[in-house]
Every structure is written in C-alpha cells, then in structure tokens.
Design a binder for this molecule. Structure first.
Ligand code: 3Y8
Ligand code: NAP
Length: 249
C-alpha cells in the first residue's frame, strides 16, 4: 500500500500538496515547526523534527511510509541529507522536488559566495545599508560587522533582541511581489542585498527589484546535498510516483 511522506516548507511543496490532495494517494505532509503559524496544507500534517536519521528511519518504518518526496528548501541541507540516509537504510523510495537555482541575467550585479560567512566577508568596509534577506537562523555572523545598517525580513516577530546593533526587521511570510520589494528597498535606501540562491518564484521579487534599482546582490550558493533522484515539476514527480507505486516498490 503506497503511503507518502511529503517533506514541505516551500512554495513547490504547497503546490504538490494541492495536486496530491486530489488523488487517492495516502499522503502525510511534514513541517519542521520553524514558524509559529505555517500555511495550512490540504493534507494531514505533522510538525517537528524526527530526531535525526535514526528518528526518521524509525518514523518511516512505524508509519509504513513507502515513498518520501523531499520538497524542502535547497538550503534545508540537513533534512535532505537525513532523508537520503534514512531512505537508503529502510529501502524507502526517495525523490527530491526542487526548483532550479536563479541565474544572473542582463543588468544584474551579482557576487556569488560559498556560504553566509563569505557573504559577511564580502560586505564593503565603508558603512552602508544592507537587506539581509536570509531569515533569522544564521544572522549572528553579521554581528561582527556593526558598521552597517541592516534590514531583515522575518516570518515571525523576533523573540530575542537582534544580534546586530543597527537593524530593523519587517515581518512578512511571502511569496513577495516586485512592487512591494521595490518600495521596501527604496524606503530603506538599500545598497546591497544578501540572498540565498533559493530559486523559485516566492523570493525572486527582490532580485528583480535589485536589477531595476541597479543594486548589488551577494548571492549565497546552495549547500551540498548527497545525490538522489530530483524532479523540478509536478508532472515528473507524479510519473515517478505512479510508476513506482504500480510496480509495488
Ligand atoms: C517553516 C512555511 C508557501 C511557502 C513559502 C519559497 C518561498 C516564501 C522565500 C526573503 C526571503 C527565507 C525564509 C523564505 C522564503 C517561501 C516559502 C520561503 C525566505 C516558510 C515556512 C517555513 C519557513 C522557514 C523559514 C526559515 C527561513 C526561510 C524566511 C510557513 C514561510 C529567508 C529563506 O523564523 C525562522 O526561523 C525562519 C526560518 C527557515 C530561513 C532562515 O534561516 O531563517 N524559511 N518559511 C517551514 C517548516 O517549519 O517546515 O510558515 O508557512 C516557507 C517559505 N519561505 O507555501 O508559500 O518557497 O522559497 N523563507 C531564503 O530563501 O533565504 C525569505 O525575505 O526574500
Ligand atoms: P535543516 O537545517 O535542513 O534541518 C534541520 C532539522 O530540522 C532537520 O534535521 C529536521 O530535524 C528538521 N526538519 C527540517 N525540515 C523538516 C520538515 N520539513 N519536516 C520535519 N522536520 C524537518 O532545515 P531548515 O533549513 O531549518 O528548514 C526548516 C524548514 O523550513 C523546512 O521545511 C524547509 O523546507 C523550510 N524552509 C527553509 C528555508 C531555508 O532557508 N533553510 C527556506 C524556506 C523554507 P530532525 O533532525 O530532528 O529530524
């Protein structure tokens, strides 16, 4: 009997959830529990970690999961790595569902860096205004650069003081649009944007706004994720699922 665990937390996962909800498949949606009020899904939903690879392996066995679709964010590398290990151990079918990275286009002024520390190191020595569009989990690094003024965009109101002296947080969940991001960048006189190469449409507006305003973007490359089968559209995920489900694997 096919039973699917859908690891979510992205626009693509939400789109796939709505598609799967209109099939006869038995699907369980999973959030990490990072945000206070995640978007409701049209599927039975669980919230919270599994307890590492072993916890996930035990979960797959006890919940009789036959397929895992990893539709987490490209920077959710620990979850994706754990899914590769746990599915190998338990012989559960695994497929990634992720969007292509963004590519710089004509008129873009991007500097690609390997990780968040490199993004911090890439900031200029002269004080400037920075839109730190990377959420809140890894912003401590920027406390070492107090000369700059930071604009942050967070999903939930911060419960602790921000680690940087000169910072302002706007609270918004996205997906975002060009008009809103143009206004945000102009209102805060932003000169540099730091972004993860998330891909997809949900966070792309800030890059279009940066191009319009001629702003520099420090683009953080995606972290390594172990090899697994990956699809980039719903139809291919469904073909994989229907094929392996019919073969009873
Ligand atoms: C908890 C679920 C949907 C999904 C929407 C996408 C689009 C908006 C863009 C900016 C960048 C950022 C951040 C962002 C985007 C979508 C998508 C995407 C970036 C929610 C969600 C959860 C999270 C977790 C959250 C992180 C944070 C990252 C904010 C829901 C809204 C910056 C990533 O407060 C925290 O601890 C937030 C943590 C991980 C990165 C970080 O390190 O802080 N996402 N984002 C999921 C869970 O619990 O499992 O609350 O509804 C999902 C979405 N976030 O259905 O429409 O698909 O990419 N999310 C980044 O890309 O840099 C915002 O502001 O421009
Ligand atoms: P991460 O660093 O890769 O994972 C850390 C731990 O969080 C995992 O080991 C796992 O805990 C738990 N976890 C992560 N995703 C989960 C899920 N969908 N269901 C159940 N547990 C999950 O993950 P992250 O970067 O913090 O991302 C957390 C969530 O936010 C994911 O759903 C992701 O899709 C979403 N998101 C992340 C980003 C981002 O920038 N990282 C952007 C947009 C959305 P255990 O080890 O205990 O199992």
């Amino acid at each position: 009997m096919t039973r699917i665990l859908l690891l979510g937390g992205t626009t693509e996962a939400t789109r796939l959830a709505h598609h799967l909800a209109n099939t006869d498949y038995d699907v369980l949606f999973s959030y990490a529990g990072r945000t206070a009020n995640p978007v409701a899904q049209p599927l039975p939903t669980r919230v919270g970690g599994f307890g590492g690879v072993d916890g996930l392996s035990d979960f797959l066995r006890t919940e009789n999961i036959t397929h895992v679709i990893d539709a987490t964010h490209p920077f959710a590398a620990q979850m994706s790595t754990n899914a590769v290990s746990a599915c190998a151990t338990t012989q559960v079918n695994l497929a990634g569902f992720e969007r292509a990275p963004w590519q710089a286009g004509a008129g873009d002024n991007w500097q690609s860096v390997a990780d968040i520390q490199a993004a911090c190191d890439a900031l200029p020595s002269d004080p400037t205004q920075v839109f730190l569009a990377i959420g809140k989990q890894h912003i401590d690094v920027f406390a070492t650069r107090p000369e700059h003024r930071y604009l942050l965009r967070l999903v939930d109101k911060p419960t602790h003081p921000l680690p940087m002296l000169n910072a302002h947080a706007v609270i918004a969940r996205g997906p975002f649009d060009l008009a809103g991001d143009l206004t945000l960048l102009k209102d805060h006189d932003i000169k540099i944007i730091i972004s993860k190469n998330a891909g997809g449409i949900g966070a792309q507006a800030k890059l279009e706004a940066a191009r319009t305003l001629g702003l520099k973007v420090i683009m953080i490359d995606r972290p390594f994720i172990p090899a697994r089968q990956v699809f980039s559209n719903v139809d291919d995920v469904m073909t994989w699922l229907d094929h392996s489900a019919n073969r009873g694997v």
